[in-house]
Design a protein around this ligand. Structure first.
Ligand SMILES: C[S@@+](CC[C@H](N)C(=O)[O-])C[C@H]1O[C@@H](n2cnc3c(N)ncnc32)[C@H](O)[C@@H]1O
Length: 245
């Protein structure tokens, strides 16, 4: 699969189209954008039906929202907290498991030096590999392996675990993390959090905090300014730990 080259946005509706071929005409419900227009480098282009479009180099969220969804993906509020609390940057080496649809792995890959993703399910690996190709990042490596059987990477700055039994990974993580590196575990159920925390006893992995982050959207227009009646309830608990020793 070719990575997404451009994002086209209909000005009248806000509808977005991904463009993978920049050397071809592009068809929309509001007319055709000629290949000359697509390749022009202009950010405001017009279709054969006279409709205006914005043509952009894609920002990461434009592409991430188009990934194929298999297993439940982690959402922005939780991904954002991981990035903020661990301070990962262009020098960071990361391991993520299980990869699932890749929302977390790709969001981390967008920032870090390199990331290795473990995913033991063949169908989920297929989805993830397709999503990696679509996003076009080159610093992400997929291993179709069970992470509880071993972690090949060394001197790792961050390990993220979004899988049901992270306590089976604690001892392996302790071996491959750099001193000062983070292990962050995402779990839906507090009983799992308890079991994970128990697994860190007598190791160099020290528990920093467990956080549940709630997000509430607001309805804002001329006459109404209030919280939305419905909000996303529970997603998961994030437990932050660090190798200190
Ligand atoms: C909820 S999904 C992860 C979603 C991902 N964080 C995202 O944002 O798209 C959990 C994944 O972990 C995988 N998994 C479970 N146990 C695993 C293991 N021991 N090793 C590798 N992958 C595992 C499952 O197959 C599943 O795809």
């Amino acid at each position: 699969m070719r990575p997404i080259q451009k994002i086209l946005i209909e000005l009248s509706t806000g509808k977005k189209y991904p463009i993978k071929e920049v050397d071809d005409d592009f068809h929309t419900s509001l007319g055709i954008i000629s290949k000359k227009e697509v390749a022009s480098g202009k950010s405001l282009v017009t279709s054969s039906k006279g409709q205006s479009f914005i043509l952009l180099d894609p920002a990461f969220p434009d592409v991430a929202e188009l990934i194929e969804r298999g297993p439940q993906v982690m959402i922005h509020k939780d991904i954002g907290l991981i990035i903020a609390k661990t301070g990962i940057n262009k020098d960071s080496v990361i391991v993520d498991a299980g990869g699932g649809s890749g929302m977390l792995s790709l969001s981390l890959a967008n920032i870090c030096k390199e990331i290795t993703v473990y995913e033991n399910n063949a169908e989920h690996s297929r989805i993830l590999s397709k999503n990696i190709a679509m996003v076009g990042l080159k610093n992400i490596k997929l291993k179709q392996q069970d992470i509880t059987k071993g972690i090949g990477e060394k001197e790792v700055n961050l390990i993220t675990l979004d899988l049901p039994e992270p306590w089976k990974v604690t001892a392996l993580a302790e071996k491959v993390l750099k001193v000062g590196g983070f292990l962050v575990v995402y779990l839906p159920n507090l009983l799992q959090v308890k079991e994970f925390i128990a697994s860190t006893k007598n190791t160099a992995i020290k528990v920093l905090e467990t956080i549940e982050l709630l997000e509430r959207k607001w309805k804002i227009d001329e006459k109404i300014m209030r919280p939305e009646f419905e909000m996303l309830g529970h997603t998961g608990f994030l437990t932050f730990t660090r190798k200190l020793g």
